[in-house]
Design a protein around this ligand. Structure first.
Ligand code: GCU
Length: 451
């Protein structure tokens, strides 16, 4: 399974490079995953009583059915759900009413219709310290702990779940340090990212250590696979005893976020970490997971949300780039609750009771940095403007809670950062990576985490 996860990553990393070939064994495993995914998807459609869904547009800009990337055709929606109007029509006038009435309403709608509910009986996790090593990262002496979170599987021993986490802190720290945790990968020894995916200069890990902070890498696929076949395994399958999900059960993004909360539980027990200053970062599908983790877990102090696009920080009602129809297809539905598929037929994105600005609003009053790459290098699938607009419309909730919004309503040019509010923004000039935005994010985080 581990090898397959790495293979999938390599596949994504090397997409489009002709020299990459799957081995026969891996291609057989992928066939079987695809088959099981189709079965699970069909099962969910049956539970929902859906016979057909609308297909999504293509991510290939050359394809005849390419996703829209023309701003003039982008916005047929007329209204967004108002984060500050209760379902009974009353306005939310103060923080108390936000926390006690409106926020729970929004959480319920995201739970039921989009990301699914975390079951009440998720088993506990016991953290084992597998190894401790002294490293030098760049030129900084550091201590790396490799941790394994063993999930209690006594309710269904056929499914075993172990969470992979590493924590690296400066060796010479004089007390507990803030930590940035990334949803990421553990690479095999000697693995190198292709040059096109590397950012010149110090790595993000070196930059974090240079501030005197630590970093952690959590491997989401170690506890929940990134496909529909995996829904009857991993932490979701363990809780369901290997049976398919119900329509409002949690999807993979929510399960990945659950793991991030368990990592935080560990940090609260580790004297090297200041658990009140732990942030979460991720890119793309892991950017979606980082935003979900930040929205649902109040102990995360800051979020760095990289190119999360549809299903993350992008307004789902916007006809630009990736669409709900893509997310609800058999390749991506597992990220969400089964119920979400309804919005690709018979319902439409305009029927969604909530939209992405409200997911950002759930992070309030805590700081969130929305990151994206260049439209010409990263492409338009991500929909930078759709994420910017969501940041703008989360603003009223931040203001209600005494915090600052983005500060502007027009998207600034590439490489112009918005850092003065508690929602921050920067579009860098690189591709599908958070790499070039790390220095700017750290500058933002430093406002909150001064030594
Ligand atoms: C696909 C998918 C996106 C996702 C991305 C990724 O492009 O459509 O929603 O963010 O993969 O995670 O790399």
């Amino acid at each position: 399974m581990k090898k397959l996860a790495i293979t999938f990553f390599c596949l994504a990393a090397l997409q489009g490079q002709a020299q990459f070939r799957l081995s026969r064994a891996d291609s057989l495993r992928m066939d079987s995953i695809n088959k099981l995914t189709q079965q699970d998807y069909k099962n969910m459609l049956q539970q929902l009583g859906i016979t057909a869904t609308r297909p999504g547009p293509s991510g290939n800009p050359q394809a005849p059915n390419a996703a829209n990337s023309d701003e003039t055709k982008a916005t047929p929606y007329t209204t967004l759900p108002d984060p500050l109007t209760l379902k009974n029509g009353q306005k939310v006038a103060n923080a108390k009413s936000w926390w006690e009435k409106r926020r729970p309403e929004i959480v319920e709608e995201f739970d039921r219709e989009i990301y699914g509910r975390v079951p009440a009986n998720v088993p506990g996790v016991k953290w084992e310290m597998a190894s401790v090593s002294n490293d030098t990262v760049g030129s900084i002496k550091a201590v790396t702990k490799r941790l394994i979170g063993h999930v209690d599987n006594s309710s269904h021993p056929a499914i075993k779940v172990d969470i992979q986490l590493t924590l690296t802190t400066p060796a010479e720290a004089r007390g507990p340090v803030p930590v940035m945790m990334e949803f990421g990968f553990q690479f095999p020894a000697g693995f190198r990212l292709p040059a096109s995916m590397q950012t010149p200069g110090p790595t993000w890990q070196e930059q974090v250590l240079a501030k005197g902070w630590g970093y952690a890498i959590l491997v989401p696929t170690s506890y929940q696979a990134d496909n529909g076949a995996g829904l009857t395994q991993g932490i979701i399958g363990l809780v369901n005893r290997g049976q398919p999900r119900k329509p409002d059960d949690w999807g993979t993004l929510k399960a990945w976020a659950w793991g991030a909360s368990r990592a935080l539980d560990y940090f609260e027990t580790d004297k090297a970490v200041d658990a009140k200053r732990v942030g979460i970062e991720g890119l793309s599908r892991y950017g979606k997971a980082a935003l979900v983790a930040m929205a649902y877990e109040p102990r995360f102090a800051i979020g760095f949300i990289g190119s999360s696009g549809a299903g993350g920080a992008k307004i789902l009602r916007r006809v630009f780039g990736e669409q709900v129809e893509n997310l609800a297809s058999s390749g991506e539905y597992h990220w969400f609750a089964g119920n979400f598929i309804k919005y690709a037929g018979p319902l439409t994105p305009n029927d969604l009771p909530v939209d992405a600005h409200e997911l950002i609003a759930l992070c309030a009053p805590r700081p969130v940095f929305i990151s994206v790459g260049s439209p010409t290098v990263e492409g338009q699938w991500i929909d930078a403007k759709g994420m910017f607009i969501a940041g703008v419309h989360a603003g009223p909730v931040y203001r209600l809670l005494g915090k600052k919004d983005l500060g502007v309503t027009e998207m600034p040019p590439q490489e112009v950062a918005l850092l003065n509010g508690d929602i921050a923004w920067r579009q860098h000039s690189g591709g599908h990576t958070t790499g070039p935005n790390w220095p700017t994010f750290l500058q933002f985080a430093e406002r909150y985490w001064k030594r």
